[in-house]
Design a protein. Structure first.
Length: 212
């Protein structure tokens, strides 16, 4: 059952961030899958600088699956952890070609069995490429959920379950985007700027040292 306080927070933040959306530039499920794999321990801005060249060279999972690993590494090197990421991109593309006829599966379990794809990445793809309500828990979402008193958990899977219980299902995907925008703009990791927060009156942590 949706939490009334959560409903009000969502209403306010939707007005505060009317253009909220996935910040990874992509066309279709496969490009978003690739971009999200690259975004691990890397800024979305950097990923968006790398992916145009990557997708120009490899236009499909089949082309990525056939690519020499060192070529992929060279293109994505600036995203960090590039050897593991290149292996993940190549092997996940091979699996998509071999098992799913070259199409990214719209299924959480199947996605998380791809190399380099965890639950967070799978939920990003499901929610933003397939329109399936999905709760993405990144560092911003987890931090704000704890500060706002919607969870005490640190484990992302447990946080995800806690949030799905209080956020309306139709808002699962946009909730994550709103929290990311709010976490970058106001409720930052370094400091919560409660004096200019539009939902401060609904937050139990106002006036209290915020928990990460």
């Amino acid at each position: 059952m949706a939490d009334p306080r959560m409903i009000e927070i969502l209403k306010i933040l939707k007005k505060t961030y009317p253009d909220t959306k996935c910040s990874l530039i992509h066309e279709g499920p496969w490009q978003l899958l690739v971009a999200t794999i690259l975004s691990a321990q890397c800024t979305d801005e950097r990923v968006n600088q790398v992916t145009p060249g990557l997708f120009k060279k490899y236009k499909s999972p089949l082309e990525m699956a056939r690519a020499p690993i060192f070529e992929i590494e060279k293109i994505i090197q600036s995203t960090g952890f590039y050897k593991n990421k290149a292996r993940g991109l190549k092997e996940s593309s091979q699996t998509i070609v071999e098992l799913y006829d070259g199409k990214v599966p719209a299924d959480l379990e199947k996605l998380t069995h791809l190399r380099g794809v965890g639950r967070k990445t799978a939920n990003v793809v499901l929610g933003n490429a397939f329109g399936i309500p999905s709760m993405v828990v990144d560092t911003h979402v987890g931090r704000l959920a704890r500060r706002m008193g919607f969870t005490r958990n640190l484990d992302p899977v447990n946080v995800e379950q806690d949030l799905m219980a209080v956020v309306p299902r139709k808002d699962w995907t946009i909730y994550s985007h709103l929290m990311i925008d709010h976490g970058r703009a106001i409720c930052t990791a370094r400091k919560a700027y409660c004096e200019r927060c539009p939902v401060a009156r609904l937050c139990p942590k106002v006036g209290v040292a915020p928990v990460n």
